[in-house]
Design a binder for this molecule. Structure first.
Ligand code: ADP
Length: 641
């Protein structure tokens, strides 16, 4: 009761002295007073909605019992408390009559002012409490009807025993049909037993009830609802009734299913570059997530050889009329309902188009489940079609790229081979000339011949590098394992670079144990690796030293080439192993080379199941460290293909 509002009391009495006396008591107690002296006047003023009415029984026109009845019968005034007072009818029988007629209290005149005021206050308190309950009920009712499609109640045993208008609107069942357990007839036959069981269990255990089921709509289609219910308890803890809600969750559920389907489909597409299994796997996940029937027809290589997958097996969506098939082939998505295509509930077909080329179609349909496909489903099919087309197109491009790369490697291998033969001839004839087989040479001729030989050898080395590189790329490089002394091989290899190092006045220490270091590996490849690293070190070092160290660490052989050369900037260190990559661009290069040496090195190390790493400081030098297993497990050796 709000304390600061002035409350209004309607005082009805035809006897002026009594009217005056009562009104005076009321005014003194702080009430605003309206007055009436006849029944008709009382009814008229009751329309002004006073907070309470004091009603004399004895009125000149309509008697007070009748006035009270009418006030209580009119919804506008029904909640106003009525205090009936009478001097003429003080006995219990009249009191009963008054209360039964609708009065909230009955006092016999004369009344002590204190008793009158106390009674008024008590009545107002009751009215306030009632109004709080009414408001909260109203709030709940509005809330329930806003959140739920159906608000339902059942008796304590779980039987519907009243009308459920929301349910009737949705399902088209009549009030009689849904009584007792009749409502279950509107639940999808496949969900019925489970729903009944869940409900029976809830009723038996007096716990909350929560389940999802498909409900048959007026139009015969089904939608998914979630139902919840709770028991309402009596004061004594007995169940009085059950109340609950049903909410249509079909759209949310379908959106989740579509999302799940698209992400599962994405995973399938990502992993099946080989197209054979892909259509069948998509069909498997499409039913029942997306629809009741699915088919994917695909011409992965655009050579007219179609792959078709459908689910359920053999139960694919029907083929369309010639005219619709034509529209589909022209790149249009086709969506149909039962009127256009008898026998199915709904149907969506979308073309698979990649870079303007028609690769096939994807189709879905519903029927048995009673689901109706909407715009969002058509979009999902479109999206799937786009992704499938893209994946197939990518697979085609990938195959084409593999072919092209193979052709390039073939070309390089042939070219290098063709270049070697004449280059060997040049070297051979230069040697013959040098041996003066064809007659004596002058000093100038001999010097020039020396330059021809050096350049030819350099060129041959480059050709060899390219040859190795293309053999590796083409997957023709093979590992052949042998047991050999790595220390000795390292010393031999270093000796080959010794003239180049001393030509630049570099110290060239080689740390190896005098004892043999036996390894099982591919000596040709190890030699090539060392040659590449050592010749780089000498090439990029102008002063100081190049140091080679070889030793065993645990079950690995460690080969370390350290120089005091120009070093490699940190941002370049990740790229130097790329094929054809050189830190200095060719126009300003001090040292010759192809940019293949380290790429070949990395591949060879890989083939030997080893690792290579670089650490370097510009201006101070570089260290390359290669680790290979002491004992290459023949099966563990990578065969690069
Ligand atoms: P290249 O035929 O140019 O030597 P590589 O693949 O062997 O090709 O090396 C790539 C690049 O890495 C070289 O051009 C050079 O810039 C850099 N590089 C390699 N080794 C060293 C080194 N020891 N010191 C400095 N730079 C190096």
């Amino acid at each position: 009761m709000s304390e600061d509002r002035i409350l209004t009391v309607l005082n009805v009495d035809d006897y002026p002295a009594a009217l005056y006396a009562t009104s005076r008591v009321l005014r003194q107690a702080g009430y605003r007073v309206l007055e009436a002296t006849t029944g008709a006047e009382a009814l008229a003023r009751a329309g002004e909605c006073p907070d309470l009415i004091i009603l004399d029984v004895n009125l000149p026109d309509v008697d007070g019992f009748e006035v009270a009845r009418r006030i209580k019968a009119d919804p506008e005034t029904a909640t106003i408390p009525v205090l009936q007072m009478s001097a003429a009818y003080p006995d219990p029988e009249h009191r009963a009559l008054g209360l039964e007629g609708g009065a909230d209290a009955y006092l016999a005149q004369p009344v002590e002012p204190r008793e009158l005021l106390a009674t008024i206050r008590a009545l107002l308190r009751v009215r306030e409490a009632e109004s709080v309950v009414r408001q909260s009920e109203e709030r709940l009712r509005v809330l329930a009807s806003a959140t739920a499609d159906v608000v339902w109640t059942t008796d304590a045993e779980g039987r519907v025993s009243g009308d459920l208008p929301g349910w009737r609107d949705l399902t088209g069942q009549t009030a009689e049909e849904l009584q007792g357990w009749g409502w279950l007839d509107a639940v999808h036959p496949d969900d019925r037993a489970r729903t009944a069981k869940t409900w029976q269990e809830a009723v038996r255990e007096q716990g909350t009830y929560h389940t999802d089921y498909r409900l048959r709509m007026r139009d015969g289609g089904y939608r998914t609802f979630t139902a919840r219910g709770v028991p309402v308890l009596e004061g004594g803890g007995e169940i009085r009734e059950w109340v609950g809600l049903c909410m249509d969750v079909e759209d949310r559920r379908r959106a989740e299913d579509r999302q799940r389907f698209l992400s599962d489909a994405g995973a399938v597409l990502a992993e099946s570059l080989e197209a054979e299994r892909m259509p069948a796997r998509l069909a498997e996940i499409a039913v029942p997530l997306l629809a009741d029937a699915f088919s994917l027809e695909l011409d992965p290589f655009a050579d007219g050889e179609r792959m078709v997958a459908s689910a359920p097996e053999g139960g694919a969506p029907p083929v369309l009329s010639a005219e619709l098939e034509e529209r589909l082939a022209a790149g249009e998505t086709v969506a149909l309902g039962p009127r256009e295509l008898p026998g199915v509930r709904s149907y969506v077909a979308a073309p698979l188009v990649a870079r303007g080329e028609m690769l096939g179609t994807v189709r879905i349909a519903t029927g048995p489940s009673g689901r109706t496909l909407g715009a969002a489903d058509a979009e999902a099919v479109d999206e799937l079609a786009r992704r499938v087309a893209l994946a197939v197109d990518n697979a085609r491009l990938y195959t084409a790229a593999l072919d092209a790369s193979e052709t390039k490697s073939e070309f390089l291998a042939t070219m290098s081979h063709e270049l070697r033969t004449p280059m060997n001839a040049i070297l051979g004839y230069a040697d013959l000339l040098d041996a003066e087989v064809a007659g004596p040479l002058t000093d100038a001729q001999r010097e020039q011949l020396g330059r021809i030989g050096a350049s030819a050898r350099h060129l041959l080395q480059l050709i060899d590098e390219i040859l190795t590189f293309s053999r590796i790329e083409a997957g023709r490089e093979q590992v052949s394992l042998e047991r050999f002394d790595l220390a000795e091989l390292a010393r031999d290899t270093a000796a080959m670079l010794e003239p180049m190092a001393s030509g630049k006045d570099l110290r060239f220490p080689v740390d190896t144990s005098a004892d043999p270091l036996w390894v099982l590996s591919d000596p040709g490849k190890v030699r090539q690796i060392l040659l590449n690293l050592l010749s780089n070190a000498v090439k990029f070092t102008d002063a100081g030293e190049v140091r080679l160290a070889v030793r065993a660490e645990g079950d690995e052989a460690v080969l370390r080439v350290a120089d005091t050369g120009i070093g490699i900037a940190p941002e370049q260190q990740g790229r130097i192993f790329d094929a054809f990559w050189q830190v200095e661009q060719s126009s300003i290069r001090r040292a010759g080379g192809t940019g293949l040496g380290l790429s070949v090195t990395l591949h060879l190390v890989d083939m030997l199941s080893g690792t290579v790493e670089v650490s370097s400081t510009p201006g101070e030098g570089s260290t390359f460290t290669v680790r290979i297993p002491l004992e290459a497990a023949s099966s563990g050796v990578a065969q690069i293909s």
